[in-house]
Design a protein around this ligand. Structure first.
Ligand code: BTN
Length: 249
């Protein structure tokens, strides 16, 4: 992956632009960065609030040469790469909430939207990353659930340094994904970096139902294993996970 950076003052969504460019034949490594997004997109069809200069909003185009079974791991390595970079460039220790929210304590600092797109020269993956740099423009409904690099570190982050650190970390983890044994290693690293991997009481919200249970690791495609209160292990591939307070004894 050889990064080429394209910058925009304003765009609908860097993920949408990356899809358009992928369809037009753009090469792997194209990285689109915007100061603001007018239609920023999150997981589960949500909106990603993207006011000017309040966050780092970017997408990277990948053309993976790996088995299709490994593709879901791209979203996990992206969250790991952000976590690596926040540590190396900001000295900030983060948690990863399944599947790929980067958090400080219970508050979300960064979201990842990984999508796939068919193109004339083969399937492509788009990794979209949104990091809250400051909380000046957080809408009221986000104030409790979200945080920013500035709030978490107490100093103004340098977005360029952060972008370079994330691209470097993502490049290393992505190249490693092309090696044998990368699945086990990636799953192990994700579990080591996430307090949600094991023994966490959670509520899982699926499209038509929700249930409570205790997390018990990841499947090899990154799906979350949750033992429900009847003792059945359920495998969660899409949905939202919320931490519950552990029962007091
Ligand atoms: C989520 O947590 O729901 C994922 C949020 C992903 C937001 C980023 S910002 C850059 C890129 N462009 C988008 O429209 N979304 C992603």
């Amino acid at each position: 992956m050889k990064p080429t950076i394209l910058r925009f003052d304003s765009i609908d969504s860097t993920n949408l632009e990356a899809m358009r460019q992928a369809k037009a034949g753009a090469a792997e490594g194209l990285c689109l960065v915007a100061r603001e997004q007018t239609r920023g997109r999150g997981r589960q069809e949500r909106t990603w609030h993207s006011p000017i200069d309040a966050g780092l909003y970017f997408s990277i185009l990948l053309r993976p040469r790996i088995e299709i079974s490994k593709w879901p791991l791209i979203s996990l390595i992206s969250a790991l790469a952000v976590s690596d970079a926040l540590m190396s460039a900001g000295n900030l220790r983060t948690d990863i909430k399944w599947p790929n929210d980067v958090c400080v304590g219970e508050q979300k600092l960064c979201g990842v939207l990984a999508e796939t797109v068919e193109t004339k020269i083969g399937p492509a993956a788009i990794v979209g990353i949104g990091i809250n740099l400051n909380d000046h423009a957080f809408p009221d409904e986000l104030k409790e659930a979200a945080t920013s690099v500035e709030a978490a570190t107490g100093s103004k982050p340098d977005p360029e340094e952060m972008l370079a650190a994330i691209i470097k970390a993502l490049r290393e983890r992505y190249e490693f994904l092309h090696q044998p044994d990368s699945v086990e290693h990636t799953i192990r690293e994700w579990c080591a970096r996430s307090s949600y991997a094991f023994d966490r009481r959670v509520r899982v919200s699926l499209q038509d139902e929700s249930f409570c249970g205790t997390t018990c690791g990841l499947e090899s495609d990154g799906a979350l294993r949750v033992e429900d209160d009847e003792g059945n292990v359920r495998v969660v591939r899409a949905g939202d996970v919320t931490a519950l307070r552990a029962a007091s004894h």
